[in-house]
Design a protein around this ligand. Structure first.
Ligand code: AMP
Length: 113
């Protein structure tokens, strides 16, 4: 845990978020600035800055499993969706607590900008 980390504070429920799924290790909540009709972030409750800092990769599998579950819950699984982990500066990461973006509910362009 990191005292001033935004997503640690959301995980501790010190900052409000619209939580759509949660278990012992993970939390999924709606992005405050959605880029698609469904835009959910999946985070580990324990602080890890980025994918580049992960040392125990089973957590990433758990995050993917929760994303797939939320996609079904949100009704976007059949039409399709995208999961993204922006990593460090060139990846466009702005919040340095590991998170997976789940985006769907519209057709998504490729390649990204
Ligand atoms: P990234 O650019 O990959 O680091 O993504 C960070 C994401 O966190 C952005 O999509 C933001 O809109 C989102 N975000 C920032 N603050 C909050 C918040 N308080 N609650 C929910 N999402 C947030």
């Amino acid at each position: 845990m990191s005292d001033n980390c935004l997503f640690c504070r959301i995980a501790r429920r010190e900052i409000p978020a619209t939580v759509v799924a949660e278990d012992e290790h993970l939390m999924a909540f709606r992005d405050v600035s959605p880029q698609a009709p469904v835009h959910v972030l999946v985070i580990p409750k324990a602080h890890v800055a980025s994918l580049d800092d992960v040392r125990e990769f089973s957590i990433v599998g758990r995050m993917a499993e929760m994303a797939a579950s939320v996609a079904r819950q949100e009704g976007i699984a059949e039409r399709g969706y995208r999961v993204v982990m922006n990593t460090n500066a060139d990846g466009g990461q702005t919040v340095f607590h590991l998170h997976l973006h789940l985006l769907g509910g519209r057709s998504l362009d490729w390649p990204p900008g």
